[in-house]
Design a protein around this ligand. Structure first.
Ligand SMILES: Nc1ncnc2c1ncn2[C@@H]1O[C@H](COP(=O)(O)OP(=O)(O)OP(=O)(O)O)[C@@H](O)[C@H]1O
Ligand SMILES: [Mg+2]
Length: 211
């Protein structure tokens, strides 16, 4: 269970405070879209939920434990084990193969490469990009890159999946495929949070949190 309690965040002292003391529980086994106009803090909320930024006020809780305010090392550990992050525009390292991109988060979490490889290959197959494992990110389409990014987020089998505008630059067919992949994550019991202003996504998620 992922929650925020009385959450607020400012990028620096004196700059505008985001989230206004937000308290919210994100439903497990469901997709939640975070919506709101540009600059409201959708991406920032994902970074706070993903423990990359520390709240200025309030906390992030996973299974009832406060984790948002812990030190960097503790937050990194929780992030590696419990959270998968799908960055905006996939954000894959252009110099490394698709397979390596998917394997990497599991190595950070302490797994051995030879144990992770079959898991990574299975995820790539599942999202229809297994044939691209040896390619570089520059050699695949935007829709394929976004599916690779989801495979990468899932390789550690996280309980929480966070996706920032995952359909932002995709045509309808690719957006549908990516959204289906995220909905499948929720069906498996994960908590899925999607920052988006795509009306198509808003129509197909279980819950909407408006900022
Ligand atoms: N690194 C940063 N340093 C300082 N201010 C920032 C930083 N990143 C974002 N902001 C500011 O914080 C606010 C929230 O930004 P954020 O990117 O979370 O909005 P968003 O809702 O995701 O917008 P969009 O729909 O355009 O993606 C904005 O006012 C933005 O200018
Ligand atoms: Mg954003």
């Amino acid at each position: 269970m992922l929650e925020v309690r009385e959450l607020a965040f400012s990028y620096r002292k004196g700059s505008a405070e985001l989230f206004d003391g937000l308290t919210h529980s994100f439903a497990p086994g469901a997709t939640t879209a975070v919506t709101g106009r540009s600059g409201r803090g959708k991406s920032t909320l994902l970074y706070v939920l993903g423990l990359m930024l520390r709240p200025t006020r309030g906390d992030v809780l996973i299974d009832g434990r406060g984790v948002g305010r812990r030190d960097d090392q503790s937050r990194s550990r929780v992030r590696s084990n419990d959270i998968g992050f799908v960055f905006q525009d996939a954000a894959l390292d252009p110099t490394r193969t698709i397979l390596d991109a998917v394997v990497e988060p599991a190595l950070y979490a302490g797994a051995r490469r030879r144990d992770v490889l079959p898991v990574a290959r299975e995820l790539l197959d599942r999202f229809g990009v297994g044939g691209r494992a040896g390619h570089l990110p520059g050699q695949i389409s935007g829709g394929q890159a976004q599916r690779v990014a989801i495979a990468r987020a899932l390789v550690t089998s996280p309980t929480v999946v966070l996706a920032d505008e995952p359909t932002g630059n995709l045509d309808r067919d690719n957006a549908e495929t990516v959204l289906r992949a995220l909905r499948d994550c929720a069906t498996e019991g994960r908590t899925v949070v999607i920052a988006t202003h795509d009306p198509f996504v808003l129509d197909h998620v279980d819950h909407v949190l408006a900022l």
